[in-house]
Ligand binder design. Structure first.
Ligand code: EPU
Length: 302
């Protein structure tokens, strides 16, 4: 195994550059949860070419790969990721009239800020959401009835065959916290184009304010945002709260006292502890209310 790993390391370095390919990189600091073991191999891909090359190398060497954006909607296993983690760091942004094209590695906050500055409306629902543009598109981030997918004109991806392809909004299959990308890790988002609407400064400010207000009941501690999707017509937070689990702690992981659909890392929490709380919430809510809670966050390396 060790020998095989060394061989792959050598091949990866040859394909992507000796300095680019890092080994045993801790992933916890790259996530909002602050949880997770190391990546066997790690590369920070700064542009389309580097992303494409990394994807091609992992496919040719037949090693698992994981695309890491802002690290905000994921729980990485304590043992880490046994493959190549490709951190998406292309961060370009261009504005033409009412259209913004943002590269996948751009922090979502910068996209929202840029739209606001240019008096372009449509992305206000993403204010206060951590993570990258690529991650937000993948998970169709947003607030309750508003989400990022609604403003997307098209997305550029690397497809299953390793070719750059353009998808229009309909191809992306956006729905509540879902897109084709969420269940299709073979497709890698490179950039997205948003069609926005010219709007008065005050109107945008008001919208931003109200979306921020809706997030005031969320904890400030390290977390991965909402753990579960809301079941149709109900709220995961309300159900977990009513099940009596608010504040429940396993190790250093805790169901937030502030909002029951958040699990927080109170300091040095293990992924295993978070997972136990996830299973406990699912089991208790099923028993008490006969509702299945579906994960919104993605489990990596389990
Ligand atoms: N509630 C409780 N107890 C709790 C938490 C919530 O009773 O511990 C009740 C609230 O009182 C309210 C209802 O549940 O009546 C809904 O709660 P909230 O308004 O906080 O909204 P949410 O449905 O929990 C959704 C999104 C958030 C988004 C907010 C605000 C999901 C899973 N969550 O939360 O998105 O920020 O609306 O727009 O759709 C995320 O997806 O990561 C996320 C944070």
């Amino acid at each position: 195994m060790k020998k095989n790993k060394e061989k792959i390391t050598a091949k990866l370095k040859k394909a992507l550059g000796a300095k680019k390919v890092k080994e045993n990189i801790p992933l916890a600091p790259l996530t909002t949860f602050g949880i997770g073991g190391p990546a066997f191999w790690f590369i920070s891909a700064e542009n389309k070419k580097e992303i494409l090359e990394a994807i091609k190398a992992s496919r040719e060497l037949e090693i698992p790969s994981f695309i890491l954006g802002g690290g905000s909607n994921i729980l990485i296993a304590d043992q880490g990721f046994p493959g190549l983690v490709i951190r998406i760091k292309n961060e370009g942004l261009t504005i033409k009239g009412t259209r913004i094209t943002a590269e996948a590695g751009l922090p979502l906050a910068k996209l929202v800020e840029s739209a606001q500055k240019n008096l372009l409306s449509g992305l206000e629902c993403c204010v206060g959401i951590p993570g990258s543009v690529g991650g937000a598109v993948c998970g169709n981030a947003g607030a309750r009835e508003e989400w990022i997918g609604k403003t997307i004109e098209g997305v550029s991806i690397i497809d299953k065959k390793g070719e750059i392809t353009h998808l229009n909004n309909g191809d992306c299959k956006f729905s509540y916290r879902e897109s084709r990308f969420k269940n299709n890790p073979q497709e890698v988002i490179l950039e997205a184009t948003f069609t926005l609407k010219k709007e008065k400064k005050e109107v945008i400010e008001q919208k931003i304010k109200s979306f921020l207000k809706a997030r005031e009941n969320q904890p400030k501690e390290k977390s991965a945002g909402s753990v579960f999707k809301n079941p149709p017509g109900d709220s995961a937070g309300r159900l977990i709260d009513q099940a009596g689990l608010k504040g429940k702690k396993i190790g250093q992981a805790q169901i937030s006292e502030k909002h029951a659909n958040f699990i927080i890392n109170t300091g040095g929490a293990k992924a295993e502890e978070v997972l136990k709380l996830i299973r406990l919430a699912q089991k208790t809510v099923k028993e008490k209310f006969n509702v299945n809670l579906e994960l919104e966050i993605k489990l990596v390396g389990f």
